[in-house]
Design a protein around this ligand. Structure first.
Ligand SMILES: Cc1cc2nc3c(=O)[nH]c(=O)nc-3n(C[C@H](O)[C@H](O)[C@H](O)COP(=O)(O)O)c2cc1C
Length: 208
């Protein structure tokens, strides 16, 4: 085994992160620009945090090309709300396009061929092509630096969940029908169609 001392170099550290932490789910975050147009961008540094209250987190890094916060962050800090949409086998090419750096105010839904629909609680629109939507209120932001590539954590409290009934089976979201895709290292993406079941051990079995 070779040992590496982590250093301040973004590229080296980033490669260890995206190579080891796989597969990563992809949150497609929609927010409202200051002029009322839509902003959309994918984030694979994304996880569930709390079930009660229902909290999710994602990690936008400072943009390497400008050293500035990404538009998603600026919009969330101003509007205090956002929507989490999900990336699937049916929408991943458009989601990938939505990560393009467009001039501020240019609508990433239009650019990517995705459809904005009104939300019920928040002003940010939902992505019609996503079978699940979480309408969120901004909760907290932790920042880990001001340099290009420095990350942060943004948490949101999920206030409304919308689920397309066609992906539900016996009252639950079916992994088979959701067809979520995730991100790996470099240009690698993952499908969720290669699954296996493992029964969780009960306390009695563990103590045997
Ligand atoms: C699949 C995918 C996952 C991504 N995940 C992240 C991420 O976790 N953090 C991040 O800062 N950027 C991530 N990006 C890059 C952003 O989507 C990209 O910088 C985007 O332009 C940000 O848009 P905004 O300025 O409208 O917020 C990802 C891109 C793709 C295609």
């Amino acid at each position: 085994m070779k040992t590496y001392q982590t250093n301040g170099a973004f590229a080296d550290n980033y490669k260890f992160l995206i190579g080891s932490i796989i597969p990563r789910p992809i949150a497609v975050i929609s927010t409202l620009n200051i002029d009322g147009t839509n902003n959309l961008a994918p984030f694979s540094f994304f996880t569930a945090v709390s079930a009660s209250p229902m909290i999710i987190a994602f990690s936008p890094m400072i943009r390497t090309s400008t050293g500035d916060f990404k538009d998603t962050v600026k919009n969330i800090l101003r509007e205090k709300e956002f929507v989490v949409n999900f990336c699937t086998e049916d929408n991943y090419s458009q989601v990938n396009l939505s990560s393009t750096e467009l001039p501020f105010g240019e609508d990433e839904f239009t650019f990517s061929g995705l459809t904005p629909i009104e939300s019920q609680l928040v002003k940010a629109r939902r992505m019609k092509e996503s079978p699940v939507h979480f309408e969120c209120h901004f909760r907290d932001m932790l920042c880990y630096g001001k340099n290009a590539g420095s990350g942060s954590i943004i948490t949101g409290e999920v206030k409304l969940v919308h689920v397309d009934e066609s992906i539900m089976k016996e009252g639950k979201i079916s992994t088979e029908l959701l067809k979520a895709v995730g991100r790996g290292a470099g240009n690698d993406w993952f499908k969720t169609d290669s699954r296996f079941e493992v029964e969780r051990l009960t306390k009695a079995q563990i103590q045997k």
